[in-house]
Design a protein around this ligand. Structure first.
Ligand code: ADP
Ligand code: MG
Length: 257
């Protein structure tokens, strides 16, 4: 038997509240090196919140988050809890690159400038090296000829692929995708699906929030079904999609496939 790969992201008993609304009610989740973990669930179930808590874009109020085995250092408790070590916060956040539903490219920068911005300004990497990497990554996602154009000149599918190249340019330990294909027309969706599948095959560690059950079934090692801030059911995709145990998951899948 081979040992399991080490965890990149570990979340234990995570709680998150917005005002009076408890959005995450004790969630446990692990993404090990090279694994793809997908999060599925109805709108409002807490999927985006969980991703945002995982890379510390959002504060959580109880429970633990570990990055490569290292516990996040908190200061304060409950509603006043915040990451307490700024250097650690930046290190974790830059190692968990996020790809958003709406691409979030900078409109006033060319595609190559978008890809180069964070490695140069945040990581202080050498500009010429980052440019070479940026060109390589844009070619990898199939838009090597779009380096010098602005986001508005690209289709949604091309913009999302540029956003994926931008995330990869940080050379992160894991990629976090929040509904990366939801804003795209079906024919453009497939261009992005192809890139995500390629990244999964390369053994990238990924947390993937998606409404695309076929994509989740194809790329995931583990699928987590969230319902109202709790994990209702989880397992390998072949079990979860073929033989769901709970009525809630059955109902969800009957509306989703
Ligand atoms: P999902 O991504 O699964 O659709 P979200 O994580 O976006 O769900 O939202 C979970 C719940 O938290 C929803 O009820 C949503 O309205 C609420 N919520 C999300 N963000 C905020 C916020 N910034 N302020 C208040 N409530 C929020
Ligand atoms: Mg969401």
């Amino acid at each position: 038997m081979t040992a399991s790969p080490p965890p990149v992201i570990e979340i234990r008993d995570l709680h998150k509240t917005y005002g009076a609304l408890e959005v995450l009610k004790g969630v446990d989740m692990v993404a090990r090196k090279g694994e793809v973990v997908s999060l599925i669930g109805s709108s409002g179930s807490g999927k985006s919140t969980l991703l945002r808590c995982a890379n510390l874009l959002e504060d959580s109020h109880q429970g633990d988050i570990r990055f490569e085995g290292e516990p996040v250092k908190w200061s304060g408790t409950g509603m006043n809890r915040r990451p307490g070590d700024h250097k650690q916060l930046i290190r974790i956040r830059t190692n968990l690159s996020m790809v958003f539903q709406q691409f979030n490219l900078w409109a006033h920068m060319t595609i190559l400038e978008n890809v180069m911005e964070a490695p140069v300004t945040v990581l202080k990497r050498d500009k010429a090296q980052v440019e070479a990497l940026g060109r390589e990554l844009l070619a990898k996602v199939g838009i090597g000829d779009k380096c010098d154009v602005y986001p508005a000149q690209l289709s949604g599918g091309q913009q999302q692929r540029a956003a994926i190249a931008r995330a990869l340019a940080m050379e992160p330990k894991a990629l976090l995708f929040d509904e990366p294909t939801s804003a795209l027309d079906p024919e453009l969706e497939q261009e992005v699906v192809k890139v995500i599948k390629q990244l999964a095959q390369e053994g990238r560690t990924m947390l993937l929030v998606t409404h695309d059950m076929r994509l989740a079934a194809d790329v995931s090692d583990h699928v987590v079904f969230l319902h109202k801030g709790k994990i209702e059911e989880e397992g390998p995709p072949e079990t979860l999609f073929r033989s769901p145990k709970t009525d809630r998951l059955m109902q969800f899948l009957s509306h989703s496939i």
